[in-house]
Ligand binder design. Structure first.
Ligand SMILES: *Cc1c(COP(=O)(O)O)cnc(C)c1O
Length: 386
């Protein structure tokens, strides 16, 4: 497909990767020549680097962010009859890890401003069957992880952080993934630290837990051909680790660029007078949070979100809805019988949210095109109403 050069993509992974092409080729050549495609030195080095970056004592590579979450719950021994509290407004993998083990997800509502878990609602859902809570650091901003960990500790419930979108994010200057018993990261190509395929990582400050995570990720096998538990096969391969080590060196710079783009959107949207109760709501940054801007998410009021998105598409401007269908409304979770009356902010967010293009390499003129297109949408509707 030939791209119209005037189109603004939601995401252009190549643009971010091309500038590091020589570094990738050099790192990958070393892997090819080493022949150590699994358990290679880059995997060990990346685990050490991510542990350090996330201020965790241990980090264990695995095949994906989804596996990281599943392995965390497997290592906790979660199964049928157990409840795990999780937001409904999240990506599927935050919830499927619970149901795959036969446990029951208990859906918490979100804060309307940050889209992250509503801690008061979370607390009200704790029962004597609650075995874990999975706060999600959505869009690159930490949930109120200090309060979450405090409440969970009072009830002796482990916290598993879904930090798939939030590597490098922090709360009170302490990194995502270092607060809970386990931090789960994804290296899916669209994430802030994105590989060239799938990959994931689990962090933990608990040595025994870290050891169990490694055991479960390797078929529960220890020593060779002696299986202590039924684990899965989930490995981060050396090619991905080599690529990710290159990208980790540039992650700080990439986050600065994302942050500058977010600031600029805020300014442009305000300047065009598009912000207000009957128009757009800008992303809210919790003053305790260091936001890494995996997504730039606005709310579109007045039931106009889908029409605006169609207008942007017509103008060649990419946008996306993360997430259009909350988990409690998914077909595969209907058996849970959750009606949504306790999740009003979740349902409202799904109806109003719109994610705009944000990636290192997005140009100033492209950002202006995005904002001009939003502006023309409102002018067009105003004309239609007149
Ligand atoms: C991407 C993502 C995952 C899953 O990661 P994969 O590496 O794609 O398996 C889990 N949770 C959230 C919130 C995500 O955004």
């Amino acid at each position: 497909m030939v791209q119209n050069p005037k189109n603004v993509p939601l995401l252009d992974i190549n643009r971010s990767n091309q500038i590091h092409r020589d570094e990738f080729i050099e790192a990958l050549t070393e892997v090819v020549d080493s022949g150590r495609f699994l358990f290679g030195p880059d995997v060990v080095a990346l685990e050490e680097e991510v542990a350090k970056y996330s201020e965790s004592d241990h980090a264990i590579g695995c095949a994906s962010g989804s596996d990281a979450l599943l392995l965390a719950l497997m290592a906790l021994g979660i199964g049928p009859g157990d409840e795990v509290i999780v937001p409904s407004f999240t990506f599927f993998a935050s919830v499927s890890c619970i149901t795959r083990l036969g446990a029951t997800p208990i859906f918490a509502d979100i804060r309307p401003d940050t889209f992250n878990i509503d801690v008061g609602h979370m607390e009200s859902l704790i029962t004597d069957r609650t075995r874990a809570v999975i706060p999600v650091h959505l869009f690159g901003q930490c949930a109120e992880i200090d309060r979450i960990c405090q409440i969970a500790a009072e009830h002796d419930i482990p916290v598993i952080e879904d930090a798939a979108q939030a590597i490098g994010a922090a709360y009170h200057s302490r990194p995502a993934g270092s607060w809970g018993l386990v931090g789960c990261f994804s290296f899916y190509p669209t994430k802030n630290l994105g590989g060239m395929g799938d990959g994931g990582m689990m962090t933990s400050g608990d040595e025994e837990m870290a050891d169990r995570l490694r055991l479960f990720a390797g078929h529960g096998m220890r020593p060779r051909y002696y299986h202590q538990v039924v684990g899965i096969n989930s490995r981060l391969d050396t090619f991905q680790a080599a690529v990710l080590r290159v990208k980790l060196r540039h992650l700080g710079d990439a986050v600065e660029k994302r942050s500058a783009i977010a600031e600029r959107y805020n300014g442009l949207l305000k300047d065009h007078q598009l912000v207000g109760e009957d128009q757009l709501t800008l992303p809210f940054v919790d003053p305790s949070a260091f936001h890494v801007w995996n997504q730039y998410s606005i709310r579109v009021a007045g039931g106009q979100r889908d029409a605006m998105r169609a207008h942007l598409a017509e103008q060649g401007v990419g946008s996306e809805i993360y997430y259009p269908v909350p988990m409690h409304q998914q077909e595969c979770f209907q058996y849970l019988g959750v009606d949504g009356s306790s999740l009003p902010q979740t349902e409202l967010a799904a109806a109003e949210i719109l994610n705009l293009p944000i990636f290192p390499g997005l140009t100033d003129s492209e950002q202006e095109r995005v904002v001009d297109s939003i502006s023309s949408f409102y002018h067009q509707s105003a004309r239609a109403a007149a």
